[in-house]
Design a protein around this ligand. Structure first.
Ligand code: FES
Length: 112
């Protein structure tokens, strides 16, 4: 029996207006069934999964220090540019998403 390959379609999708997220802030957005955290670090935007890979803490409620987000529940630290887990009680990385700005719209590359 042949298996069916279902392609994942990635597409840049509107996330928010850039002036709705000032530098140093992070907030969650929902696209479809996914909750994504978006951070503004010095005017550059990063998008990554909101649920922590440890026990689902909301990374959008954590502290962002440069390219690192700290989970508010148990302190896991992740590099938001790569998703790499840097420290804390999980070994699993987080998923990150490419971003781009068009006009004053922030778009993220996410499977839809
Ligand atoms: S839920 Fe994030 S470190 Fe535990």
């Amino acid at each position: 029996m042949r298996s069916t390959v279902i392609p994942v379609i990635m597409a840049f999708t509107f996330a928010l207006k850039t002036n709705d997220l000032t530098p140093g802030k992070v907030r969650p957005i929902t696209i479809g069934t996914r909750t994504i955290a978006i951070a503004n670090v010095g005017g550059k935007f990063y998008a990554f999964q909101n649920p922590c890979t440890h026990m689902g803490g909301h990374l959008s409620e954590g502290m962002v220090m440069g390219p690192v987000v700290v989970c508010p529940l148990h302190g896991c630290q992740f590099d938001i540019t790569t998703g790499e887990r840097l420290s804390g009680p999980t070994n699993r990385p987080i998923k990150t998403f490419e971003t781009k700005v068009e006009g004053d719209d922030l778009l993220i590359d996410i499977d839809v």
